[in-house]
Ligand binder design. Structure first.
Ligand SMILES: [Mg+2]
Length: 262
Protein backbone atom coordinates (compact mmCIF):
# COMPACT_ATOMS: atom_id res chain seq x y z
CA UNK A 1 0.00 0.00 0.00
CA UNK A 2 1.45 3.38 -0.88
CA UNK A 3 1.47 6.06 1.79
CA UNK A 4 -1.24 8.67 1.89
CA UNK A 5 0.49 12.05 1.89
CA UNK A 6 -0.76 15.59 2.28
CA UNK A 7 1.36 18.67 1.56
CA UNK A 8 0.53 21.63 3.75
CA UNK A 9 1.83 25.04 2.72
CA UNK A 10 2.40 28.30 4.49
CA UNK A 11 1.25 31.17 2.23
CA UNK A 12 3.47 34.30 2.53
CA UNK A 13 7.03 33.61 1.44
CA UNK A 14 6.25 29.97 0.64
CA UNK A 15 3.59 29.97 -2.09
CA UNK A 16 3.65 33.73 -2.75
CA UNK A 17 5.98 36.65 -2.27
CA UNK A 18 5.00 38.45 0.96
CA UNK A 19 1.44 39.83 0.60
CA UNK A 20 1.52 39.35 -3.18
CA UNK A 21 -0.72 37.20 -5.37
CA UNK A 22 0.49 33.73 -6.32
CA UNK A 23 2.49 33.42 -9.53
CA UNK A 24 0.19 31.64 -12.06
CA UNK A 25 2.95 29.17 -13.01
CA UNK A 26 3.39 28.14 -9.41
CA UNK A 27 -0.33 27.68 -9.00
CA UNK A 28 -0.47 25.62 -12.19
CA UNK A 29 2.31 23.36 -10.91
CA UNK A 30 0.46 22.82 -7.61
CA UNK A 31 -2.92 22.13 -9.15
CA UNK A 32 -1.87 20.15 -12.20
CA UNK A 33 1.24 18.29 -11.05
CA UNK A 34 1.45 18.07 -7.26
CA UNK A 35 -2.25 17.47 -6.77
CA UNK A 36 -2.10 14.35 -8.93
CA UNK A 37 0.19 12.77 -6.33
CA UNK A 38 -0.78 14.30 -3.00
CA UNK A 39 -3.63 16.16 -1.35
CA UNK A 40 -2.73 19.81 -0.84
CA UNK A 41 -3.68 22.26 1.90
CA UNK A 42 -2.78 25.75 3.04
CA UNK A 43 -2.25 27.34 6.43
CA UNK A 44 -1.83 31.11 6.69
CA UNK A 45 -1.68 33.45 9.65
CA UNK A 46 -3.77 36.05 7.84
CA UNK A 47 -7.52 36.20 7.77
CA UNK A 48 -9.45 34.39 5.07
CA UNK A 49 -10.07 37.41 2.84
CA UNK A 50 -6.33 38.14 2.53
CA UNK A 51 -5.56 34.52 1.71
CA UNK A 52 -8.32 34.55 -0.91
CA UNK A 53 -6.85 37.69 -2.46
CA UNK A 54 -3.43 36.10 -2.69
CA UNK A 55 -4.46 32.64 -3.88
CA UNK A 56 -6.91 33.66 -6.57
CA UNK A 57 -9.83 33.01 -4.24
CA UNK A 58 -12.47 31.82 -6.66
CA UNK A 59 -12.71 28.07 -6.17
CA UNK A 60 -10.20 28.25 -3.30
CA UNK A 61 -12.02 25.44 -1.53
CA UNK A 62 -11.98 23.25 -4.61
CA UNK A 63 -8.28 23.79 -5.12
CA UNK A 64 -7.21 22.85 -1.60
CA UNK A 65 -8.44 19.97 0.55
CA UNK A 66 -8.03 22.05 3.70
CA UNK A 67 -7.95 25.82 3.92
CA UNK A 68 -6.70 27.19 7.23
CA UNK A 69 -6.77 30.93 7.90
CA UNK A 70 -5.50 32.43 11.16
CA UNK A 71 -3.37 29.34 11.84
CA UNK A 72 -6.40 27.05 11.59
CA UNK A 73 -8.70 28.94 13.97
CA UNK A 74 -10.69 29.46 10.80
CA UNK A 75 -10.78 26.06 9.12
CA UNK A 76 -12.43 24.48 6.10
CA UNK A 77 -12.35 20.90 4.89
CA UNK A 78 -13.70 20.36 1.38
CA UNK A 79 -15.25 23.82 1.67
CA UNK A 80 -17.11 23.07 4.91
CA UNK A 81 -16.36 25.20 7.97
CA UNK A 82 -14.96 23.41 11.04
CA UNK A 83 -15.51 24.57 14.67
CA UNK A 84 -13.51 27.55 15.99
CA UNK A 85 -12.57 29.45 19.17
CA UNK A 86 -11.86 33.13 19.80
CA UNK A 87 -9.12 35.04 21.60
CA UNK A 88 -11.62 37.08 23.65
CA UNK A 89 -13.19 33.90 25.05
CA UNK A 90 -9.74 32.65 25.93
CA UNK A 91 -8.35 35.82 27.60
CA UNK A 92 -11.46 37.51 28.96
CA UNK A 93 -12.40 41.08 28.13
CA UNK A 94 -10.61 42.62 31.11
CA UNK A 95 -7.20 41.11 30.32
CA UNK A 96 -7.69 41.79 26.67
CA UNK A 97 -8.28 45.50 27.24
CA UNK A 98 -5.32 45.88 29.58
CA UNK A 99 -3.21 44.27 26.92
CA UNK A 100 -4.52 46.41 24.06
CA UNK A 101 -4.19 49.59 26.10
CA UNK A 102 -0.54 48.81 26.77
CA UNK A 103 0.06 48.09 23.08
CA UNK A 104 -1.48 51.38 21.96
CA UNK A 105 0.44 53.34 24.60
CA UNK A 106 3.72 51.69 23.58
CA UNK A 107 3.12 52.46 19.90
CA UNK A 108 2.18 56.05 20.72
CA UNK A 109 5.59 56.55 22.30
CA UNK A 110 7.54 54.94 19.50
CA UNK A 111 9.40 57.21 17.06
CA UNK A 112 10.08 55.61 13.68
CA UNK A 113 11.22 57.01 10.30
CA UNK A 114 7.51 56.91 9.34
CA UNK A 115 4.18 55.56 10.55
CA UNK A 116 1.01 54.65 8.73
CA UNK A 117 -2.40 53.37 9.88
CA UNK A 118 -3.91 50.17 11.35
CA UNK A 119 -1.59 49.29 14.19
CA UNK A 120 -3.68 46.49 15.66
CA UNK A 121 -5.66 44.02 13.64
CA UNK A 122 -7.98 41.92 15.73
CA UNK A 123 -8.64 38.45 14.35
CA UNK A 124 -10.47 35.38 15.57
CA UNK A 125 -7.60 33.63 17.31
CA UNK A 126 -4.89 36.25 17.39
CA UNK A 127 -3.97 39.90 17.31
CA UNK A 128 -1.64 41.20 14.65
CA UNK A 129 0.39 44.16 15.87
CA UNK A 130 2.31 46.45 13.55
CA UNK A 131 4.45 49.25 15.05
CA UNK A 132 4.57 51.00 11.67
CA UNK A 133 0.93 50.29 10.74
CA UNK A 134 -0.42 47.79 8.23
CA UNK A 135 -1.44 50.43 5.68
CA UNK A 136 2.07 50.62 4.27
CA UNK A 137 2.82 50.55 0.57
CA UNK A 138 4.98 47.68 -0.67
CA UNK A 139 8.00 49.98 -0.72
CA UNK A 140 7.33 51.23 2.81
CA UNK A 141 7.03 47.65 4.04
CA UNK A 142 10.47 46.90 2.70
CA UNK A 143 11.88 50.08 4.22
CA UNK A 144 10.47 49.23 7.61
CA UNK A 145 11.72 45.66 7.32
CA UNK A 146 15.26 46.92 6.78
CA UNK A 147 14.94 49.41 9.61
CA UNK A 148 13.64 46.67 11.90
CA UNK A 149 16.52 44.35 11.03
CA UNK A 150 18.85 47.05 12.24
CA UNK A 151 16.92 48.37 15.26
CA UNK A 152 14.91 45.29 16.39
CA UNK A 153 11.72 47.29 16.92
CA UNK A 154 9.50 44.20 16.91
CA UNK A 155 11.78 42.15 19.14
CA UNK A 156 11.98 44.93 21.74
CA UNK A 157 8.21 45.41 21.63
CA UNK A 158 7.69 41.71 22.31
CA UNK A 159 10.15 41.79 25.22
CA UNK A 160 8.20 44.70 26.74
CA UNK A 161 4.90 42.80 26.41
CA UNK A 162 6.34 39.66 27.98
CA UNK A 163 7.63 41.71 30.89
CA UNK A 164 4.35 43.54 31.40
CA UNK A 165 2.08 40.48 31.07
CA UNK A 166 4.02 37.51 32.45
CA UNK A 167 0.84 35.75 33.61
CA UNK A 168 -1.08 35.82 30.35
CA UNK A 169 -0.44 32.55 28.50
CA UNK A 170 0.41 34.32 25.27
CA UNK A 171 2.86 33.47 22.54
CA UNK A 172 4.47 35.96 20.18
CA UNK A 173 5.72 35.37 16.70
CA UNK A 174 7.37 37.57 14.13
CA UNK A 175 6.17 36.89 10.60
CA UNK A 176 6.15 38.95 7.45
CA UNK A 177 7.85 42.32 7.24
CA UNK A 178 5.99 44.80 9.40
CA UNK A 179 4.15 43.04 12.22
CA UNK A 180 4.05 40.28 14.79
CA UNK A 181 1.27 38.00 15.97
CA UNK A 182 0.06 37.46 19.53
CA UNK A 183 -2.05 34.42 20.38
CA UNK A 184 -2.75 32.00 23.22
CA UNK A 185 0.08 29.48 23.67
CA UNK A 186 -0.59 26.53 21.38
CA UNK A 187 -2.59 28.58 18.89
CA UNK A 188 0.33 28.77 16.49
CA UNK A 189 0.17 26.93 13.16
CA UNK A 190 0.20 23.54 14.94
CA UNK A 191 -3.42 24.40 15.86
CA UNK A 192 -4.52 23.40 12.36
CA UNK A 193 -3.10 19.88 12.71
CA UNK A 194 -6.01 18.80 14.94
CA UNK A 195 -8.23 19.05 11.87
CA UNK A 196 -6.11 16.90 9.57
CA UNK A 197 -6.88 13.22 9.77
CA UNK A 198 -6.34 10.11 7.69
CA UNK A 199 -2.80 10.65 6.40
CA UNK A 200 0.40 8.67 6.87
CA UNK A 201 2.54 11.76 6.35
CA UNK A 202 1.91 15.50 6.61
CA UNK A 203 4.61 17.43 4.77
CA UNK A 204 4.77 21.04 5.88
CA UNK A 205 6.49 23.73 3.78
CA UNK A 206 7.32 27.08 5.36
CA UNK A 207 9.80 29.95 5.17
CA UNK A 208 9.89 31.21 8.79
CA UNK A 209 10.99 28.01 10.47
CA UNK A 210 13.67 29.28 12.87
CA UNK A 211 12.79 29.93 16.49
CA UNK A 212 10.49 32.95 16.82
CA UNK A 213 9.27 32.55 13.23
CA UNK A 214 5.62 31.78 12.61
CA UNK A 215 6.37 28.39 11.00
CA UNK A 216 8.71 27.20 13.74
CA UNK A 217 6.35 25.09 15.88
CA UNK A 218 4.64 23.29 13.01
CA UNK A 219 7.98 22.75 11.26
CA UNK A 220 9.36 21.11 14.41
CA UNK A 221 6.14 19.24 15.29
CA UNK A 222 6.30 15.45 15.62
CA UNK A 223 3.19 15.25 13.47
CA UNK A 224 4.80 16.82 10.41
CA UNK A 225 7.76 16.32 8.16
CA UNK A 226 9.13 19.84 7.86
CA UNK A 227 10.55 21.48 4.73
CA UNK A 228 12.33 24.80 5.11
CA UNK A 229 12.02 26.93 1.97
CA UNK A 230 13.53 30.27 0.97
CA UNK A 231 10.95 31.43 -1.61
CA UNK A 232 8.11 30.11 -3.82
CA UNK A 233 10.59 28.82 -6.43
CA UNK A 234 12.38 26.85 -3.75
CA UNK A 235 9.03 25.36 -2.69
CA UNK A 236 8.56 24.10 -6.25
CA UNK A 237 12.07 22.61 -6.30
CA UNK A 238 11.57 20.85 -2.99
CA UNK A 239 8.21 19.47 -4.17
CA UNK A 240 9.90 18.06 -7.26
CA UNK A 241 12.46 16.33 -5.03
CA UNK A 242 9.72 14.96 -2.77
CA UNK A 243 7.74 13.63 -5.74
CA UNK A 244 10.84 11.91 -7.10
CA UNK A 245 11.61 10.30 -3.74
CA UNK A 246 8.04 9.10 -3.27
CA UNK A 247 7.99 7.67 -6.78
CA UNK A 248 11.28 5.82 -6.21
CA UNK A 249 9.97 4.36 -2.96
CA UNK A 250 6.80 3.19 -4.65
CA UNK A 251 8.81 1.50 -7.36
CA UNK A 252 10.99 -0.21 -4.75
CA UNK A 253 7.89 -1.43 -2.90
CA UNK A 254 6.39 -2.75 -6.08
CA UNK A 255 9.62 -4.50 -6.91
CA UNK A 256 9.78 -6.20 -3.51
CA UNK A 257 6.12 -7.20 -3.76
CA UNK A 258 6.66 -8.77 -7.15
CA UNK A 259 9.80 -10.57 -5.90
CA UNK A 260 7.80 -12.02 -3.00
CA UNK A 261 5.17 -13.25 -5.41
CA UNK A 262 7.67 -14.89 -7.73
MG1 LIG B 1 5.65 32.65 5.63
Amino acid sequence: MSKKIICLFDVDGTLTEPRQPINPQIEKFLLETVKKEFDIAIVGGSDLSKIQEQLDGKNLFEKYKYVFAENGLIAFKDGKALPSQSIQDMLGEDNLQDFLNFVLRYISELKLPFKRGTFVEFRTGMMNISPVGRNCSKKEREQFYEYDNEHHIREKFIQALKKEFPDLALAYSIGGQISFDVFPIGWDKTYCLRHIQGYDEIHFFGDKTVEGGNDHEIYESNFTIGHRVTCPKDTVNQLKILMTLVKENREKEQLSVSMHCA
